[in-house]
Design a protein around this ligand. Structure first.
Ligand code: SF4
Length: 327
């Protein structure tokens, strides 16, 4: 690990000012950043510890939603009774991620900003445009089983690793930030992440020093909520594919549907195509399969990850069947 200086921030404004320096980084739980620093993939000269800031609460909002502080741990989020009752999808997704020990340390803000688990990103002997811009992409012709199949570029096919963010995407979460100059803004979660294009090392729209303060959940949408994750082992593994579904039905037909996938793209993938296919559809396997076909129509495999396309379709079918109580 390279030497670095450390500062325990006493206020949001001071934290943002310190972290705006080009070689500085925020740290909270550190469950991803510390690993990356040990490998010298991340080499900040200065760490701004935001762990003491008052961002650790979950509050009701005036319209019946919840505001989740950026420092709420994954464990606290998943266990909160308001989350479990009104947003079970979110609780399920958080509990599907990592391990108990990691969830006790990992925070809401950090989970959103975790880096990819593409194996070549972590292998400093291999080219990686995300780690070293312009060096190439070893995953493109390499062992890309975990990589993405939707809306990526020839410069990077990394998949986003979060389960929590997939559920939040289906729930239309809003990310609340504060900038170095004190300006607050709200970013729909779907607009937080940048497509890799030719700058895959720039992953979000956040400015230097801009801090995620909280995540605002709108009132829960009508319908049943299901999170289904497919992975190589039953615990402590990233998703090959996951599907978050919110489904409201009426007289044997879909009244409203929300669908988001994990493991398929550089961000949690909200599928307007699947939702359109489900609108008014009958609760049948044919309808679920039509939604899966629509969701993956623009997908492109890179060899080892071709299987993700039919797997995502089957995962969506299973999640929809679970949401309608037909399995
Ligand atoms: Fe690096 Fe992205 Fe290629 Fe993985 S997919 S090697 S993260 S550039």
């Amino acid at each position: 690990m390279k030497p670095f200086s450390y500062e325990r921030a006493s206020g949001v404004a001071a934290a943002c000012a310190s972290a705006a320096e080009p070689t500085a980084k925020f740290i909270a739980g550190g469950t991803n950043l510390i690993d990356l620093m040990k490998l010298q993939i991340e080499t900040p000269a200065h760490l701004v510890d935001i762990g003491a800031l008052p961002l650790g609460d979950i509050e009701e909002t005036q319209n019946g939603g919840l505001r989740i502080g950026a420092l709420v741990t994954n464990s606290a989020l998943a266990a909160d009774m308001r989350v479990r009752r009104r947003y079970p999808l979110l609780s399920q997704a958080v509990l599907a991620g990592a391990s108990t020990q990691l969830r006790n340390k990992a925070t809401t803000g950090g989970n959103l900003l975790q880096r990819t688990r593409c194996p070549y990103f972590y292998d400093t002997s291999k080219p990686c445009n995300k780690r070293v811009p312009g060096s190439g992409c070893a995953a493109m012709a390499g062992f890309n089983r975990m990589n993405a199949v939707l809306d990526v570029s020839d410069n990077c096919i990394a998949a986003h690793a979060s389960d929590m963010a997939v559920a939040m995407t289906a729930l239309d979460a809003q990310i609340e930030t504060v900038a170095r100059d004190g300006t607050a803004r709200t970013i729909p979660i779907d607009a937080l992440y940048r497509a890799p294009a030719d700058t895959p090392h720039i992953e979000t729209v956040l400015a230097p020093g801009e801090l995620i303060r909280s995540v605002r959940l709108p009132p829960p949408p009508p319908g049943r909520q299901v999170y289904r994750k497919v992975r190589d082992r039953a615990s402590f593994a990233f998703a090959l594919v996951s599907a978050a579904v919110v489904l409201a039905t009426d007289n044997g037909r879909v009244r409203a549907a929300r669908v988001a996938f994990g493991g398929l793209s550089y961000k949690p993938w909200r599928s307007a195509d699947a939702e359109a296919a489900l609108s008014g559809a009958t609760l049948t396997r044919a309808s679920y399969d039509a939604a899966g076909t629509a969701a993956l129509k623009s997908a492109h495999g890179y060899g080892h990850n071709d299987f993700k396309i039919p797997l995502a379709q089957r995962t969506l079918r299973a999640a929809l069947a679970e949401a309608t109580g037909t399995i």
